[in-house]
Ligand binder design. Structure first.
Ligand code: FAD
Length: 429
């Protein structure tokens, strides 16, 4: 009999596991609590903005191999915007200088020797920071590796804080090193910035649902798992909030891609030594609807985003008549009122885009939508990292996935999709 795989959670880890196993002649059912799939990477129509937006700006890099394989599988690779160069325009709010990091395509860092491509004002000895980060053991924080100077201030700080979504005096140097290994260290060919042309759902979610349906898999939205029954060291049934009970037969598997706090509630009474991260960090996105489309020129016309150092804003994306900004590790701003946040952020956006990139913006902030994702990621600290479980569990037919499981990466799309692929491998019949 063909094994039935029950995938719990329809975020990118769940979609990755389900699409992978649907290609392996397995019977797949995916259960998602919400009415729409995508989890923390989704798009929706905002009636006040009069536009479809993503819950948060997501940037991926061409070196994200699991992401590329997933998009290839579901046929949506061409829906990504690719700027064509490993190029990252930045503006520093401290010195009011605009600069652009342009990495060399290959592995050898020729960019270090070109004044128009490298980080301004960095002394050669500062690059030793890379070695320190790459050699850090699992107890060390990013802040302990950084040395005073422009490399830390202009590049590593904004990069690390957005990749780890954790204040750097708490963030794991090892997790940051794993990001550096698959990006800057691997060379510019791995660092082409990519993001969905339309939206996250159009690139990552809707094509996956179509693919699953085409392959005969069942996708069940608005179906919340609440518990399970165990016998002979395996899950024998799943319970849902509707009162439904689904039987899990002998050769079947349950792949959980539930968030850590839900997985703990459902499985920790049954899984020996269950551990999961339990501290989270938030991300703030603010989306501004522009009265008219901005006409971009120069480096910004190619990249359509820029990084910011020395302020509250970290990234600015310009897309489809919307300016969207990202503030990572946003728990530190939780005491600011909404109007304080809006005023501060619009002031920074005007400075960066006006002074840095010569765009003219209205003085009064346009209508803004604040999306504050409170549990955007687990806190990427050395201690939280030790709580991440591997895919296999003490139950013979339960496999864990999700960006919070032990992927070797911080909470990222690459980590989520990689975890789904590993879960598929772990379901060996
Ligand atoms: C604002 C923001 C910005 C980000 N930016 C980036 C970025 O630039 N680059 C990057 O690589 N990553 C980024 N990330 C991280 C990335 O979005 C996540 O790593 C990834 O989406 C996690 O996918 P997942 O499937 O592991 O988890 P989730 O997306 O959380 O999926 C879990 C799913 O389980 C469902 N669920 C919950 N409870 C139940 C239940 N009881 N029964 C059934 N289903 C249930 C949820 O509704 C959800 O759909 C960002 C995240 C946020 C929030």
């Amino acid at each position: 009999m063909v094994a039935h795989i029950h995938v719990l959670g329809g975020g990118l880890a769940g979609l990755s596991a389900a699409t992978r196993m649907a290609t392996q002649s397995r019977r797949v059912t995916l259960y998602e609590a919400a009415r729409a799939l995508g989890g923390r990477a989704r798009s929706y129509y905002d009636s006040q903005l009069g536009s479809r937006i993503d819950n948060g700006n997501h940037l991926i890099l061409s070196g994200n191999q699991a992401v590329m394989a997933y998009l290839e599988r579901i046929g949506s690779k061409t829906s990504l915007y690719v700027s064509g160069k490993p190029q990252f325009p930045f503006y520093d709010l401290g010195t009011h200088k605009q600069w652009t990091l342009l990495l060399s395509k290959g592995r050898f860092p020729f960019w270090l020797f070109s004044s128009s491509q490298r980080i301004p004002g960095v002394r050669l000895k500062e690059y030793a920071t890379f070695l320190k980060l790459l050699r850090a053991d699992h107890t060390v924080t990013v802040a302990e590796c950084l040395r005073e100077g422009n490399l830390a201030h202009l590049l590593l700080t904004p990069l690390a804080i957005s990749a780890l979504n954790t204040p750097l005096d708490k963030a794991s140097a090892q997790l940051f090193a794993s990001i550096l290994r698959q990006s800057v260290i691997a060379g510019g060919g791995h660092c082409l910035p990519l993001f969905p042309q339309e939206g996250l759902s159009e690139t990552f979610v809707e094509p996956a649902i179509n693919f699953l349906k085409f392959m005969g898999a069942e996708v069940r939205e608005a179906t919340r798992v609440t518990g399970c029954e165990i016998a002979e060291n395996r899950i024998v049934s799943l319970f849902f909030s509707s009162g439904e009970r689904v039987l899990v037969e002998k050769n079947d598997y349950v792949v959980s891609t539930l968030p850590p706090w839900v997985a703990r509630e459902v499985f920790s009474p049954h899984v020996a030594g269950f551990t999961a991260p339990d501290e989270y960090e938030s991300i703030l996105n603010v989306h501004y609807r522009l009265p008219q489309e901005l006409s971009l020129c120069g480096v910004l016309a190619e990249s359509r985003f820029c990084g910011v150092s020395g302020g509250m804003v970290e990234w600015i994306f310009i897309r489809n008549g919307i300016i969207s900004i990202t503030v990572s590790a946003a728990n530190r701003y939780i005491n600011l009122s909404q109007s304080e946040v809006e005023e501060k952020i619009w002031g920074e956006v005007k400075t960066v885009l006006g002074k840095g990139f010569r765009l003219s913006l209205p003085d009064t902030p346009p209508f803004a939508r604040l999306v504050w994702e409170k549990r955007a990621t687990f806190a990427a600290t050395p201690h939280q990292d030790t709580k991440r479980p591997s895919a296999k569990t003490s139950l013979s037919n339960l496999v864990l996935a999700g960006d919070w499981t032990d992927t070797g990466l911080p909470s990222t799309i690459e980590g989520a999709i990689r975890s789904g692929m590993r879960a598929a491998e772990a379901c060996s019949v």
